[in-house]
Design a protein around this ligand. Sequence first.
Ligand code: DAH
Length: 330
Amino acid sequence: MLKKIETLSAEMLAELKKATSEAEVKEVEIKYLGRKGAFNDIMKALSSLSDEEKRTVGKEANITKGKLEGAVNKRIEELETEKLGKIADEEWMDMTVSGIKPERGHRHLISSFIEDLERIFAKMGFAYVDGKEIEEEHYNFNQLNIPDDHPARDMQDTFWLKDLPGKLLRTHTSANQIHHMEKNDPPTRIISMGKVYRKDSDATHSPMFHQVEGLMVGEHISMANLKATLTHMLRQVFEDDSIKVRFRVSYFPFVEPGLEVDCTSPRGGWLEIGGAGMVHPNVLENVGYDPNKYTGFAFGMGIDRMIMIKHGIKDLRLFFENDLRFIEQF
Ligand code: DAH
C-alpha cells in the first residue's frame, strides 16, 4: 500500500508538471485527489487492513495528499507567473523612447491671413467690425444705392432665403459699412471681413468666398488716402515693398467714382484684386452723414484671391476641401 501511495504521488507530480493550464491542473487534481480519485480508492481499501497498518498507511496517505494539494497550488501559481512573463515579453515597451507627438493642427490658411490683415489695418487705425452672413436686402442692396434692376439682385446671382422674405446670404461685405455708419458718427475707419456668397462655381470661383471691406470717412478724405492705404496693405500682405497699385475707372453703385484696383504681381504683370471708390453721396445721406461736410473711401477685395496670388495657388477649391496634404503646407 505504501508503495502504491508513492507511485501515485510520483505519477501525479509528473502529470502536474506536464499540465500547461489551470484547467489541466484541475483535471489532474480531480483524477488523483477527487471524490472518485485514486487516493480515495486507497482510503476505501484501508478497511481491509489491520489496525496497525490502517494507522501507518492512513497517516502516510493523508500526508501525501496534503503535499500533493500544495503541489497543485504551486503549479497553478507557476503557470500564472509564466503567463504574465509571456505577456510582459510580448507587450514590452521601451519607456525611454520618446512619444509620438499628437497632431495638434493649426490655423487654416484663410484664418491666419484674416488675422494678418486685421493686424495690418489695426496699425493704420482701422477698427475691426463684424457682420452677419444672413443679411437683409435693405442693407445688402438698397442702402448701398444698388438699384432694383441691378443684376446682383437676380435669383441667378444671389442666394435668397426661401422662408425669410427679404433676407439673403450676403453677396459682399459692403453691407457692414452701412451697419457701422448707422451706429457711429464720422470720422470713422473700419475694416470688416468674412464669408460672402454667390451662385458661382469653378476653379477660381466658389459659391462661398471671403472678402475684406474697408471704409474711411472724415473731412478731407481723398483718393490719395485710398491709394496709400491699399498700397501699404498690399506691400505688407505680399511682403514686398516694390508692389505698386493702379486704379481703373469702373462702376459700383455705392461709390463715385468707382474703381477697379490692380496691383503688380509678385510674379510679374498686373492683377485685379478688388473694387474701391469714393463713398457715394447717396450712401452718406442714407446713413445720416452730411455729404457736404464728409467724404470717404471704401474698398472691397477678395481674400481668397490675394492668398492664391501670394502662394501661387491655381485652384480655389483647394482651400475648402480640407485635404491635409494641402493644409499642412501653410
Ligand atoms: N462689394 C463689391 C463686390 O463685392 C466690391 C467693392 C467695390 C467694395 C467697391 C467696395 C467698393 O467697398 O467701394 O464686388
